[in-house]
Ligand binder design. Structure first.
Ligand code: CP3
Length: 380
């Protein structure tokens, strides 16, 4: 039986602002819970401390692979669901109930803070973020104003509700990295080559720096709201930064990412940094100030260990497509990831990128169980 279900039964459901979803518990319970969160396998691994088992969670662990998610989302546009605390709480909890993962990821989107400061954008099903007026010049950059907590009251409300609901399971807050946000804003939508984005980066370095600084400020503010409300860790998704060469990354992206992590540091929560196709960037990304570096499936974890500076835990990195192979293959590959992960100073099991929409939830449940069981096996 799943841990989470056992824990929740200890608490008494009461009517509240979201009576269909929330339960509450006393301050005494909360004090106990706080220390169990700090000592949870996920937070221990982030801090490179010994763990009872390798913690596991999945990027995009909510979302279209879960029938209960599709039911809740029926008829509600993506960005509207990200602004409704009752939906945020329920969707964030769904995968924790199903998979007994070691951490919950806040249900939102990297585009939410941009929407909150007035950027005209939508998230189109099967397409992704689409911007009405892409940023192409200085006036577009100048229009990006700072985010204040009052812009996202629904985030504060949902995080506070979730922390009570989750008990000893930590909540990961997140934001988009500056290159990835810039790419959506400049291209106007998803892009294969990021050509206009890179043209601005190469050709107009001052305007680029202004844009990156504003996006870094936005990200810092959005992460601070989530941590102030009770998130126990944060992940910066600079998903598309792998499109940039290492020397350009160092010059045009790293200073801004470094500032994000430096400003979050004093909040005392572990910081995770993730991007896709970032094998060549693992070194400099490891210098940005995160405690944990996420690795996609292209670089084996024991190889990633030699590319990332000392003093970092690693997160990853089973290819999400492997989940469509027969279970014996999934098991063999998952055990291989665990074995290689043991060469890292700390390891959080994850996929190398998000759960693909048509993934069978039962395979993910089985995988989470396997990670928990196999990681206690010394003969792995
Ligand atoms: O992990 C989670 O499920 C938590 C919530 C989460 C979402 N988006 C919800 C979402 C997180 C952490 C994100 C981050 C995000 N959003 C990233 C970085 C992570 C990554 O995948 O690299 C990026 C690049 C985005 C932008 C974005 N939003 C894309 C590319 C898409 C998919 C578009 C599509 O339909 O193919 C979205 C929409 C989105 N964000 C969905 C979810 C659950 C799907 C919405 C739906 O139900 O149709």
């Amino acid at each position: 039986m799943r841990d989470f279900a056992r824990r929740v039964r200890k608490f008494v459901p009461v009517p509240g602002p979201f009576p269909c979803f929330l339960t509450v518990f006393s301050w005494d319970d909360r004090t106990v819970t706080d220390s169990t969160v700090t000592e949870s396998p996920f937070l221990l691994a982030c801090r490179r401390r010994p763990v009872p088992h390798t913690p596991v969670w999945f990027m995009r662990q909510a979302g279209r692979s879960l029938p209960e998610y599709l039911r809740v989302r029926e008829g509600v546009p993506m960005l509207e669901s990200c602004a409704r605390p009752d939906m945020i709480v329920e969707i964030t909890l769904q995968p924790v109930r199903r998979y007994a993962v070691d951490a919950a990821i806040f249900f939102s989107d990297i585009m939410v803070p941009l929407k909150a400061i007035g950027v005209d954008l939508d998230i189109k099903p099967g397409v992704g973020p689409v911007i009405a007026d892409p940023i192409r010049d200085a006036s577009g950059v100048a229009a990006l104003r700072p985010l204040v907590p009052d812009d996202v009251p629904y985030v504060t409300e949902a995080v506070e509700g979730l922390v009570g609901e989750l008990g000893s399971t930590p909540l990961i807050g997140f934001a988009g990295g500056p290159f990835t946000l810039a790419s959506y804003l400049i291209e106007g939508g998803p892009s294969k080559n990021h050509e206009r984005t890179k043209a601005l980066m190469y050709g107009e370095p001052e305007l680029w720096a202004d844009l990156m600084a504003r996006l870094a400020d936005l990200t810092i503010a959005f992460l601070k709201v989530q941590v102030a409300a009770g998130a126990s860790a944060v992940q910066l998704f600079d998903s598309w930064v792998g499109a940039v060469a290492a020397h350009d990354y160092r010059e045009s992206v790293l200073p801004h990412t470094r500032r994000i992590f430096a400003e979050i540091g004093p909040l005392g929560v572990p910081r995770i940094h993730f991007g896709v196709g970032t094998g060549e960037l693992l070194g400099p990304m490891g210098e940005a100030g995160a405690d944990v570096v996420g690795v996609d499936w292209r670089v084996p974890l024991d190889e990633a260990v030699s590319r990332v500076p000392h003093g970092k835990a690693l997160q990853g990195n089973l290819d999400p497509a492997i989940l469509f192979a027969p279970w014996e293959t999934v098991e063999h590959r998952a055990r291989d990831v665990l074995a290689r992960g043991r060469t890292a100073e700390g390891h959080i099991f994850n996929l190398g990128h998000g759960v693909l929409p048509s993934t069978d939830p039962d395979v993910l449940a089985r995988l989470a169980d396997l990670v928990h069981e196999a990681s206690t096996d010394d003969t792995l």
